[in-house]
Design a protein around this ligand. Structure first.
Ligand SMILES: *Cc1c(COP(=O)(O)O)cnc(C)c1O
Length: 477
C-alpha cells in the first residue's frame, strides 16, 4: 500500500466543494421553514450514528455533506427559522456568513497589532462606529481614554469588567497576591447567570455577590442597592462593582441606569451595563431611552450575535478607561515584544480579553453594517419591535391569555389565565408541532410563556401563525 505524499485539499477541489457548500447554504435558507423548529431527537441519537473511531483513510466531501443532511440536520434546532421565538434571537445574515467565510480563510491571529494590523484596525474602527450608531457616550471611543473590543460573549465581557474593576479597587494587588475575599459585587435579582459565574471565576466568590431585589417591573431597586452597599461598608467590606441590566433575560426588564449611576457615583463604584440582548434597540433614536444614564457607566456590553444579524460569536464590549482593563489583563513575555507595542502606538487586543489568540470577528460585523447601513438595521429592529408590540396587544385583548409584564421592546411575557398547568400544556403542544418554538420562565413563582421576536426573516405572517397555534391549543384544553 502506498501512501500519498500530500493529503491536502487542492485549491480547485476546494473551489468545487465550496460551490457545493454554498448551494447547500442557499437551499437551507430557502427551505428552512420545512424543518421542525425544535429538534426532537433523544439524548445519544446523533452520536450512535457516528463511527466509534476516526477514519483511517480520508473521505470525500460528498460523504460529509450527506451525513450533515442525514445525521446532523435532525439534531438541529433551527435558530434561523422565522418561527423561532424561544430564549433570545441568535440571528445571522448573508453578509455575516460571507464575512465569516473570509475570516476563516485568512485565519489570522489578531492578538497583537503586529500579528495582523488590519485585524486590529478594522475592529477599532467598527467599534467606534457602534458608539455613534447606538448613541453611546463618546468616552467609549478609541480616540478618548476608552475604547471598544470584540469579545466572544457577554459572559466574557462581564468577566473582563469584573477583573478590571477588581484590580482598580485592590490597587492592582489581587493579580499579584490573590484575593482576600472582602470585595463585594451587586446586581439585579433578575440578572443573567453570567454575573454569578463571573464572580466565581474572578475570585470574588458568590457569597460576595448581592442579588438586589426588583420592583414590579422586574427592575433593580436603587434604594435597596444603596442600603445594601451602606450595610456592607459598615461591615468592613469593600463594595466595588455594580452590574445593571438593560434587558434582563427573563422579561427584558430595563433597569433605570441613571438611578443606578447615582448610587454607584455616591459610593464611587464601578458601573457595568449588561445590555446583551436589548442593546441593538438603541440604533433607533426612539428606543434610545433604554441607555439613559449610560454616560455614567464604566463599561457597557451588548451582543451583535443576538439581535444585530451577526452570527455567533460577536460581543461588543466598551470601557471608559481602557488603562484599567489593560492593567488587569496585560502580560508581555519576551517572545511577543515588538516595535509597535514598545512605542505604545497601537492597540494589542490580547490585553483586552482573557485568551491570547483572537480571530478576525470584526470582518463579519463590518460586512453587516455596510450591507444594511444604519437605515436598514433601524428598519429591521423597528419591525421586530412593532411585531412584538402587535402580539402584545392581541394578548391584552385576549379572553384566555393575559399579559404578565408590559415591555416596550421585542420580548412579550404572557400566560394562560387558567394557570401554570394550562400554560405549560400549550407551550408543549406548540413546540411539539414543530411549527414554532417558544420557551418559558417563572415569574413570581408562576409559569410564564415568552415570545422573543428577533429572527432575521420573521414576518408578520409568522407572528400571526404562532398566535393562531397558541389559541388553537388553548381551545383544546
Ligand atoms: C444572553 C445574555 C447574556 C449572556 O450572553 P453570552 O453572549 O451567551 O455570554 C448575558 N446577559 C444578558 C442580559 C443576556 O441576555
Amino acid at each position: 500500500m502506498t501512501k500519498k505524499d500530500n493529503y491536502h485539499m487542492d485549491p480547485e477541489t476546494f473551489r468545487t466543494q465550496a460551490y457545493a457548500a454554498i448551494d447547500w447554504i442557499v437551499d437551507y435558507m430557502k427551505n428552512i421553514e420545512d424543518y421542525p423548529v425544535l429538534s426532537s431527537v433523544k439524548p445519544g441519537d446523533i452520536r450512535k450514528q457516528l463511527p466509534d473511531a476516526a477514519p483511517e483513510k480520508g473521505e470525500e466531501f460528498e460523504a460529509m455533506l450527506k451525513d450533515v443532511n442525514d445525521i446532523v440536520m435532525p439534531g438541529i434546532t433551527h435558530w434561523q427559522s422565522p418561527n423561532f421565538f424561544a430564549y433570545f434571537p441568535g440571528n445571522s445574515s448573508g453578509p455575516a456568513i460571507l464575512g465569516e467565510i473570509l475570516s476563516a480563510s485568512l485565519s489570522v491571529q489578531g492578538m497583537l497589532w503586529a500579528t495582523s494590523p488590519a485585524c486590529t484596525e478594522v475592529e477599532t474602527q467598527v467599534m467606534d462606529w457602534l458608539v455613534g450608531m447606538l448613541g453611546l457616550p463618546k468616552k467609549f471611543r478609541s480616540d478618548t481614554d476608552g475604547g471598544g473590543v470584540i469579545q466572544h460573549s457577554a459572559s466574557d465581557a462581564t468577566l473582563c469588567a469584573l477583573l478590571a474593576a477588581r484590580e482598580k479597587f485592590s490597587d492592582g494587588k489581587v493579580n499579584k497576591a490573590g484575593g482576600r475575599g472582602n470585595l463585594v459585587a451587586y446586581t439585579s435579582a433578575q440578572a443573567h447567570s453570567s454575573i454569578e459565574k463571573g464572580c466565581m471565576i474572578a475570585g470574588i466568590g458568590t457569597d460576595n455577590l448581592r442579588l438586589i431585589e426588583v420592583d414590579d417591573l422586574f427592575r433593580m431597586r436603587p434604594e435597596v442597592l444603596d442600603a445594601q452597599i451602606q450595610k456592607d461598608i459598615e461591615a468592613g467590606l469593600t463594595p466595588f462593582f455594580v452590574c445593571t441590566c438593560v434587558g434582563t433575560t427573563s422579561t427584558l426588564a430595563l433597569d433605570q441606569v441613571a438611578e443606578m449611576a447615582k448610587v454607584t457615583r455616591k459610593h464611587g463604584l464601578w458601573l457595568h451595563v449588561d445590555a446583551a440582548m436589548a442593546g441593538p434597540a438603541a440604533i433607533c433614536p426612539e428606543y434610545r431611552f433604554i441607555n439613559e444614564g449610560v454616560e455614567d457607566a464604566d463599561s457597557y456590553t451588548f451582543n451583535p450575535h443576538k439581535w444585530l444579524f451577526t452570527n455567533f460569536d460577536c460581543n461588543a464590549f466598551f470601557v471608559a478607561d481602557r488603562a484599567a482593563l489593560i492593567n488587569a489583563l496585560s502580560i508581555l513575555p519576551e517572545y511577543l515584544k515588538n516595535e509597535a507595542t514598545n512605542a505604545g502606538a497601537v492597540f494589542d487586543y490580547r490585553d483586552w480579553h482573557i485568551p491570547l489568540g483572537r480571530r478576525f470577528r470584526a470582518l463579519k460585523l463590518w460586512f453587516v453594517i455596510r450591507h444594511y447601513g444604519i437605515e436598514g438595521l433601524q428598519h429591521h429592529i423597528r419591525k421586530h419591535v412593532s411585531m412584538a408590540q402587535q402580539f402584545k396587544r392581541w394578548v391584552q385583548d385576549s379572553e384566555v391569555f393575559e399579559l404578565v409584564v408590559d415591555n416596550p421592546l421585542n420580548l412579550i411575557c404572557f400566560r394562560h389565565s387558567n394557570g401554570d398547568e394550562a400554560s405549560e400544556k400549550i407551550l408543549q403542544a406548540v413546540n411539539d408541532s414543530g411549527e414554532a418554538y417558544l420557551t418559558h420562565t417563572k415569574l413570581d413563582g408562576r409559569y410564564t410563556l415568552r415570545l422573543a421576536v428577533g429572527q432575521t426573516h420573521t414576518e408578520m405572517e409568522h407572528v400571526e401563525k404562532v398566535w393562531r397555534l397558541l389559541n388553537d391549543e388553548a381551545n383544546r384544553i
